[in-house]
Design a protein around this ligand. Structure first.
Ligand SMILES: [Zn+2]
Length: 436
């Protein structure tokens, strides 16, 4: 008897632990949306219903069929949008304000360690769902494939988080993004980046990463704050190998020469592109290379300055405005040149708030930069979906797409801060926020 009780206890204990994660929803749902963002047309439509079954959107209309047993989810006082996509995240890396990449990176490798980084990543993953971000493209700084482990845990349902498209270690020139490593310690960079020696090695690195579970390739056309760069031949070898495997290439590139070479090599997206010239933007537009402007919004930037200098007075508005103006000018020039904007936060700074929330603030930066509400939301839905090679499956509310849906309180067209009032989040038909 005693033995039996022990067995029962273990069984219940296990069940309780599994309950800590959100159980998958299997019943059909009819979602009543007060307003709905049509990401293909870039317009908000009043009073739509969405029928979801088996994790898929099966019908969108003013009134949809009501299968027997379907639950009705009343979101008629909210705006319903496709689940947001963040095309540039680092779930396994968060650095203290005022830290530098070398010291914080080494700390993550040797002090935090990969198992704990993955666990921290799991906790952060939930905050992305809470923020309404249902898919992320996670671009490295996750040690040796900690990102793949986290993605597997999310996919098997043991961790709540967004769908992850992960890169594994980014392909970088020697030194990675760790400037100042002394002779004998270069190996630290190889624990966080895949150091590339030549074109053949670059192609090898693509094969390695894909074999280990990467579904996108991240490269550093220039590896700021270090001084190295990948050659055109190396990046061409990466692009060719990636094509064979059917994966896309994202290039970190900050100065114009780095952007130019990466675009010429045929990468799919330029990350950052802070100093890109108009002529290079024209090349990107011609070749269909998108720009992910990882800009910061004014509130976060002020928070950053204050945290760097706790005792200092409020940063002068001119300092804040001057910094933000650079990003704005580049973003507006890109739009004018016809470059597609893809949304990505690159949030890896600890703002002492949930990382998913901090990441979403990049959309406020785009809005402040002068993009329309529809343009911003398209960047974070349909444009990102196309970049991820998932057009028609995510970033859109229509029959056949995956049921990734969010609802916000308010009308983002009138008041864009509504995107921070997330009341409902569904990923693949399972409700993570707003469960009744
Ligand atoms: Zn990044």
């Amino acid at each position: 008897m005693k033995k039996l009780l022990a067995v029962l206890f273990v069984a219940f204990g296990t069940a309780r632990m599994l309950d800590a994660q959100t159980p998958r929803d299997t019943m059909a749902s009819v979602i009543r949306a007060g307003r709905m963002f049509d990401s293909e047309a870039g317009v908000f439509l009043p009073n739509r219903e969405i029928l979801v079954r088996g994790g898929i959107i099966v019908q969108v209309a003013e009134r949809v069929d009501r299968p027997a047993g379907a639950r009705v989810v009343d979101l008629s006082s909210y705006t319903v949008m496709p689940g947001l996509i963040d095309a540039h995240t680092h779930l396994l890396y968060l650095e203290q304000i005022g830290g530098n990449l070398t010291m914080e990176g080494v700390k993550a490798l040797v002090n935090e360690g990969l198992p704990l980084r993955a666990l921290h990543g799991a906790a952060r993953a939930r905050t992305f769902l809470d923020a309404g971000i249902t898919t992320v493209r996670d671009l490295g700084n996750s040690g040796r494939f900690g990102d793949v482990a986290l993605r597997q845990a999310i996919d098997d349902g043991s961790v709540d988080g967004p769908r992850m498209i992960v890169s594994g270690p980014g392909l970088s020139p020697i030194g990675g993004q760790f400037p100042g490593l002394k002779p004998g310690y270069e190996g630290l960079a190889s624990d966080e980046y895949r150091i590339v020696r030549n074109a053949a090695d670059a192609a090898d690195a693509v094969r390695e990463n894909v074999t280990m579970g990467a579904r996108v390739i991240k490269i550093y056309s220039n590896n700021t704050p270090n001084l190295g760069y990948l050659s055109l031949e190396e990046m061409q070898a990466v692009v060719a190998a990636a094509k064979v495997h059917g994966v896309r290439v994202a290039a970190h590139a900050t100065n114009d020469a780095a952007v130019y070479r990466a675009a010429l090599a045929g990468v799919n997206s330029i990350e950052h592109g802070y100093e890109v010239a108009d002529s290079t933007l024209a090349l990107m537009a011609r070749k269909g290379v998108t720009l992910t402007p990882t800009d910061i919004d004014s509130v976060s930037f002020r928070k950053y300055l204050k945290a760097q200098n706790p005792g200092a007075p409020e940063p002068p508005p001119v300092q804040v405005a001057g910094y933000l103006a650079q990003g704005r000018s580049r973003l507006m020039r890109a739009l004018k040149a016809g470059v597609t904007i893809t949304a990505g936060s690159d949030n890896y700074i600890d703002f002492k708030e949930p990382q998913g929330f901090a990441a979403k603030q990049v959309l406020l930066a785009y809005r402040a930069d002068g993009m329309t509400v529809a343009q911003v939301l398209q960047a974070a839905t349909i444009n990102d979906a196309r970049l991820l090679d998932m057009a028609g499956r995510i970033g859109v509310i229509k029959a056949g797409a995956t049921a990734d849906l969010i609802a916000v309180d308010g009308d983002p067209e009138q008041d864009f801060s509504a995107i921070n009032r997330v009341k409902f989040v569904m990923k693949m038909g399972t409700v993570y926020v707003g469960r009744k």
